[in-house]
Write a protein that binds this ligand. Structure first.
Ligand SMILES: *[C@@H]1O[C@H](CO)[C@@H](O)[C@H](O)[C@H]1NC(C)=O
Ligand SMILES: *[C@@H]1O[C@H](CO)[C@@H](O)[C@H](O)[C@H]1NC(C)=O
Ligand SMILES: *[C@@H]1O[C@H](CO)[C@@H](O)[C@H](O)[C@H]1NC(C)=O
Length: 370
């Protein structure tokens, strides 16, 4: 399982769980809804700032000496201009869609983008790094940004922001911004289940507790620098991504049960710890964002949203080959019509799937955003 190291990038980040009675109520993307949310938050959310993994990374890994990258075709096939920006999907990703959904801007730039301008700073950036997690080992083995590295870059950002807009305005921006974090997916998927780097030391229960303690520490440290509105994504249904169906799902490629159970346990603990933290920190809105169940519902009821394929990625065969994590220009199997696919590659949703997910989330959690 070490051979696919080059493919780790594509795999990071997703997981799911099985227990939830999946809701079958799939809300259609509603323009009206998005409009209402943008209205409600008008003037209240000046910036979106993201940390974590590939669900939110808009290109920070591009210039790192790592193999975990998504900046080669066919990634970006449906992105404006058809360019591979480092986003691990065919087009826009979760962080872009949240930024536009709350009325901030259409694309959330990567902080390490060499073309980043001073005037990009006041509306926010992403520090996320595809493949990253809460366990420093997860970033270490891939030579990408750990959550601590991302935190230090945020400190650097705040100094720059103060220089650009002045101290008082910078503090107001940070106080009112929406902070979004996605992590845990790669710790469980890569470090624990694929590479078994922690499974001798920890059982699933102790490892998920360790990860959650790191997540709450991160939220507290962030709060210490001024942020008040902090949203933590849980993990995706890891076992249901095409890769885990292949390696864990048996002959019929069912969702992997062990990885989904671990994801559910992590999510449950994260959600309770964040709720405790929220009540203990003054003026904070720190909350858990469930992406597991909405994604699982899409997987289980794809027709409701017009998807035809939810078990294999558009790019990569995903059926048989364990090594089909890869998605690159040499792969002759990329599907012609991405809109029918929930997954773009063996681990990441398509832009279309992200759009549905984000519109549901903005609706459900919209009150926390304002
Ligand atoms: C948002 O608020 C600002 C200032 O209050 C106002 O100028 C602007 O027109 C508002 N935008 C929308 C879309 O309502
Ligand atoms: C967070 O705590 C505040 C009180 O400090 C409360 O008003 C708010 O509803 C809580 N938010 C969440 C998401 O639990
Ligand atoms: C909480 O908000 C109130 C009112 O805006 C403010 O006076 C107080 O300093 C804040 N406390 C903290 C710890 O941010």
């Amino acid at each position: 399982m070490l051979a696919p190291q080059t493919s780790l990038g594509k795999m990071e980040f997703f997981y799911v769980k099985i227990h939830y009675p999946a809701s079958t109520i799939l809300l259609p993307l509603s323009i009206l809804l998005l409009f209402c949310i943008a209205e409600a938050s008008n003037g209240t959310i000046p910036a979106v700032i993201a940390f974590g993994d590939s669900i939110l990374d808009t290109g920070n890994n591009n210039n790192l000496k790592t193999l975990t990258k998504c900046n080669v075709p066919p990634y970006g096939r449906n992105f404006p201009g058809g360019i591979a920006t480092g986003r691990c999907s065919d087009g826009k990703i979760f962080s872009d869609l949240v930024a536009s959904g709350v009325g901030v801007k259409d694309l959330l730039p990567a902080y390490l983008d060499p073309n980043l301008q001073d005037n990009d700073l006041p509306t926010g950036v992403s520090f996320a790094s595809a493949g990253s997690g809460l366990d420093p080992l997860t970033a270490g083995i891939q030579s990408i940004l750990s959550i601590t590295d991302q935190f230090h870059l945020f400190e650097e950002y705040t100094s720059k922001l103060k220089r650009v807009v002045g101290e008082e305005k910078a503090e107001a921006i940070i106080f009112n911004s929406l902070f979004v974090i996605s992590s845990g997916n790669n710790d469980l998927a890569i470090t624990y289940f694929i590479l078994h780097l922690r499974s001798l030391q920890y059982d699933v229960s102790s490892y998920t507790s360790l990860l959650v303690s790191r997540a709450t520490k991160f939220a507290k440290d962030l709060y210490g620098l001024g942020p008040r509105r902090i949203a933590f994504l849980g993990t995706i249904p890891i076992g249901c991504v095409p890769f885990f169906r292949t390696v864990e799902g048996g002959l019929y490629r069912a969702c992997g049960e062990d990885s989904n159970q671990a994801a559910n346990m992590f999510n449950y603990k994260l959600s309770s710890e964040l709720s405790v933290l929220n009540s203990s920190l003054a003026n904070a809105t720190i909350f858990y964002l469930d992406v597991y169940n909405p994604l699982l519902a899409l997987i289980q009821n794809p027709q409701g949203s017009g998807f035809e394929e939810t078990t294999s990625g558009c790019c990569g065969t995903g059926e048989i080959e364990v090594t089909a994590l890869f998605c690159n220009q040499l792969n002759p199997f990329t599907c012609p019509d991405t809109s029918k696919y929930l997954f773009w590659d063996s681990a990441h949703p398509t832009e279309r799937a992200y759009r549905i997910l984000v519109s549901q989330i903005l609706q459900e959690y919209g009150k926390n955003f304002s």
